[in-house]
Design a protein around this ligand. Structure first.
Ligand SMILES: [Zn+2]
Length: 113
């Protein structure tokens, strides 16, 4: 069921409603103040739609598109095993270095404000 975002002119709050397009209401009652001075907030809905669009294989144009498709096809277990595979090199703390060698200590991260 699609989500519709509305903005209330009376209390200036936003609220979401779920319903089928056949039940579409142009200005429903505000969830907060019951005012009927409400209108669709299209900008909010557009950003939700764009995040959920799945591209067809023939529409994949960039490596990023392909990566996103492959990620969506993966199960959580697969993602987890890939993650540990690609990050295992970081777990080198207990490896013994040859005599005379030291690990470089990373300086503390600078926080720019
Ligand atoms: Zn309101």
């Amino acid at each position: 069921m699609p989500t519709y975002t509305y903005h209330c002119e009376n209390c200036n709050k936003k609220f979401e409603l779920f319903f089928y397009i056949k039940d579409y209401i142009p200005s429903p009652k505000c969830n907060f103040c019951n005012s009927k001075k409400t209108e669709r907030s299209y900008t909010d809905d557009v950003s939700t739609i764009q995040n959920s669009i799945k591209k067809h294989d023939t529409e994949l144009k960039t490596v990023g598109d392909l990566a996103n498709r492959n990620r969506d096809r993966m199960s959580d277990d697969q993602k987890q095993s890939l993650y540990s595979k690609h990050n295992s090199y970081k777990a080198t703390e207990d490896k013994v270095l040859p005599k005379g060698m030291n690990r470089i200590k990373k300086p503390p991260k600078t926080k720019w404000t």
